[in-house]
Design a protein around this ligand. Structure first.
Ligand code: SF4
Ligand code: SF4
Length: 173
């Protein structure tokens, strides 16, 4: 069973523990600027929203890469960057519609979330449960169905969402 990050902004306090854990695990430093998960702050409203790569089924970054430096981890489903192959052309950063692939000047390569090999540190570090690592079937599908049925008031045109829809919805909540 594949798992995915479930992000629940309503539980986020903006403490940035997730960014600290990510940067330390992946870059060896406590530096939010080097984190692969980011927390948006809506300071005028006192709200925060964590976001990171959705590991899209049809990953645009992966398809756009001219040297096939982004590959699927068959165990986790994560799209991973092969540092030895990446030439730092930044095409993937443009292709990603969510801005979750980032160029690093230090290395001349890109970095993105790889789910920490199946044990994501952001989820372990979050003290409020705003980030959890759950079976992909549970990443908001029930909530999405309820929401869609409510908004369509039982319309016959309602379509059951795809896995990709669910991931995008989970990110947007
Ligand atoms: S920056 Fe690296 S991973 Fe991204 S498209 Fe270029 S070669 Fe591929
Ligand atoms: S660790 Fe959790 S509560 Fe803190 S900023 Fe990250 S998502 Fe929000």
């Amino acid at each position: 069973m594949l798992r995915a990050l479930q992000l629940e902004p309503e539980k986020c306090t903006g403490c940035l523990q997730c960014e600290m854990a990510c940067s330390f695990e992946n870059e060896g430093v406590f530096n939010p600027a080097k984190s692969r998960i980011k927390v948006f702050g809506f300071h005028d409203q006192g709200r925060f929203a964590p976001y990171t790569c959705t590991q899209c089924d049809e990953a645009w970054c992966m398809h756009a890469c001219p040297v096939e430096a982004i590959v699927v981890n068959q165990d986790t489903g994560a799209k991973e960057v092969l540092d030895a192959v990446c030439v730092g052309c930044k095409v993937c950063t443009i292709a990603c519609p969510f801005g979750t692939v980032n160029y690093t000047h230090d290395t001349g390569k890109v970095i993105k979330c790889d789910l920490c090999g199946g044990d994501p540190w952001c989820a372990k570090a979050c003290p409020t449960g705003a980030i959890t690592y759950v079976d992909i079937d549970n990443t908001g599908l029930d909530r999405m169905r309820a929401w869609a049925q409510q908004s369509s008031a039982g319309s016959a045109s309602f379509n059951v969402p795809t896995e990709k829809d669910v991931q995008t919805y989970s990110q947007a909540q």
